[in-house]
Write a protein that binds this ligand. Structure first.
Ligand code: OOG
Ligand code: MG
Length: 265
């Protein structure tokens, strides 16, 4: 690893969150750019700072696991990040969950298939079938991503440093057992402000959402870390993220999982 100041860049990103302002991407400011390893080291330093402020870990997430998202963001590989306790909102019934968009910089909404773990899951060697065995429920959700970078533009290492743009995670109320439906054919219809902006099935997530979660468990396993019982694991958006403004509404309707909606306030 190079002489990149991981803690300093984590402070830089935390400052952007606190001040609700976009900042220049990091890689372009470093001679030779930013490596993926340095990106994860900045992400780890950022997590430590959130925990030191009293936040907790509610789960871990995947990003850029669909062709739609990779194309939208111009990045061709998946990434992994953390779901903070303070970011999670739980939907009750079918009511839309209010999200205070003024607390964010330039939020975008995207649908998420979320695995709720009933057991720890530690890589290496975790398979999609192991993921289903360790899963208590699969629920639908909507993530509000909010890149801290100018114009929502970044390299893979930048978005990793920025905890994969994580900002808010709305978790649906109606779960199913992991083998109650074929997750690869489970459908999602995403609507923003009354317009259908995307449709997809679970297979949009690298062929199988459970395989995505296995990749995440194996990634953490390489760092000596594990996914924990009770954590929520969003597998990544199967279709494009859309700007959510105050007064705007996004809804994700899933087969088997019901609907989840958010309202920008
Ligand atoms: C990166 C975050 C990606 C997903 O589901 O693909 C992500 C971004 O698009 O800003 O959470
Ligand atoms: Mg996401």
């Amino acid at each position: 690893m190079t002489g990149v100041d991981h803690s300093g860049w984590a402070d830089y990103l935390l400052g952007a969150v606190d001040d609700r302002r976009e900042v220049a991407a990091i890689a372009a400011q470093i001679d030779g750019g930013l490596s993926i390893e340095d990106g994860y080291a900045i992400q780890a330093a950022l997590l430590e700072k959130h925990l030191a402020r009293g936040d907790g870990v509610a789960g871990a997430k995947l990003g850029l696991t669909s062709a739609a998202k990779q194309k939208q963001m111009g990045v061709s590989e998946p990434c992994y990040g953390w779901v903070l306790e303070s970011s999670v909102a739980r939907a009750s019934g079918g009511a839309a969950v209010d999200v205070a968009v003024g607390e964010l910089i330039h939020p975008r909404a995207e649908p998420e298939l979320i695995f709720v773990l009933g057991e720890d899951l530690a890589g290496p060697g975790v398979t999609a079938s192991d993921v289903l065995d360790a899963t208590a429920a699969v629920v639908g959700g909507i993530e509000l991503i909010d890149s801290r970078y100018e114009a929502f533009s970044f390299t893979l290492a930048d978005v990793i440093a920025d905890n994969t743009s994580a900002a808010r995670m709305v978790v649906g109320a109606d779960g199913i057992g992991p083998r109650d439906a074929d997750l690869t054919t489970l459908g999602c219809l995403f609507e923003v402000d009354g317009q259908i902006t995307g449709t997809a099935t679970g297979a949009a997530l690298l062929g199988d959402p459970a395989a995505c979660v296995a990749m995440l468990a194996n990634h953490l396993g390489r760092e000596g870390q594990a996914l924990r019982e009770g954590w929520i694991i969003p597998a990544g958006a199967p279709c494009d993220a859309q700007r959510l403004a105050a007064g705007g509404r996004a809804s994700a309707r899933y087969s088997h999982l019901g609907a989840v909606a958010v309202r920008g306030v």
